[in-house]
Design a protein around this ligand. Structure first.
Ligand SMILES: O=C(O)CC1=CCC(=O)O1
Length: 261
């Protein structure tokens, strides 16, 4: 188990040094922890470095003294972690809120990033009203009440049917998420709009999305890809977490992208 103290926060991470200089930095979605990348990390082998971590207030990482959620505070953690590990050639893989965090990092440190994989994400996700409703429900009733509808948006019905044990683990991951850490992240997403940053992006990027994603649907991610002038890769039989329900295809896409950099 690897951990680092960044200011008032302890960040749990998993770093594998690669044979080559380039490191893929995986940035998780809301309510998940670094285990969602397990199968992809296995598939990638040792050619490239990989860094995964639990966002503050998620998984084993502490929340710190945050009073209001901001995408930039997560971005600062990513850069603090990369700096502490001495990583110089970085490709970000941003899943959902991880895409917003990637855009924030690019906006402030464009010279430090070699490329970005945007996975099931967009420069603006959801409406303020929907996020406020979710925050209100969670603060009064807890994670268990919202978990079924969120899981139904993450995974296709066939995933639940074909992989009931895996589905049960993801249900446990979500239901056990720290309420405050989760709400802070919802606030950060609610207040984020990186449309302008996306329009001006000038490094290699790719965009991918699970065909059955109901959280950030294909049409939303298609609009994002058009904004950046890049093509969209759609993944059949995958939902909001292609790294979970289509790890081989996800690994192949990542491998092709970084091999060409
Ligand atoms: O969990 C969800 O509702 C989907 C999602 C939106 C942003 C994110 O990171 O996950």
């Amino acid at each position: 188990m690897q951990a680092i103290q960044l200011g008032d926060t302890t960040i749990h991470y998993a770093f594998n040094k690669g044979d080559k200089d380039l490191t893929l930095v995986f940035i998780n979605s809301l309510g998940t922890d670094l285990r969602i990348w397990d199968a992809v990390i296995d598939g990638l082998g040792t050619e490239f470095g990989t860094l995964r971590f639990d966002k503050r207030g998620h998984g084993l990482s502490s929340l710190g003294a945050v009073e209001k959620g901001s995408i930039s505070s997560y971005a600062d953690d990513v850069m603090g972690l990369c700096e502490a590990l001495g990583l110089h050639k970085i490709v970000l893989v941003g899943l959902s809120i991880g895409g917003l965090i990637s855009l924030d990092i690019y906006q402030r440190y464009p010279e430090k990033i070699a490329g970005i994989v945007f996975m099931d994400t967009a420069p603006k996700i959801g409406t303020a009203e929907a996020w406020n409703n979710r925050i209100e429900t969670i603060s009064s009733k807890g994670m268990q009440v919202v978990a079924p509808s969120i899981l139904a948006n993450w995974f296709s019905p066939s995933f639940q049917q074909d992989h009931p044990a895996a589905f049960a683990l993801f249900q446990a991951m979500l239901e056990r998420a720290d309420v405050l850490g989760y709400m802070i992240a919802c606030e950060a997403i609610r207040d984020a709009d990186y449309t302008k940053t996306a329009q001006d992006i000038a490094i290699p990027v790719i965009c991918m999305v699970g065909e059955e994603d109901k959280s950030t649907p294909v049409a939303l991610v298609q609009g994002f890809a058009q904004l950046m002038n890049c093509s969209l890769i759609t993944i059949p039989n995958a939902g909001h977490l292609p790294c979970v329900d289509s790890p081989e295809r996800t690994t192949a896409i990542l491998h092709d992208f970084i091999s060409a950099l």
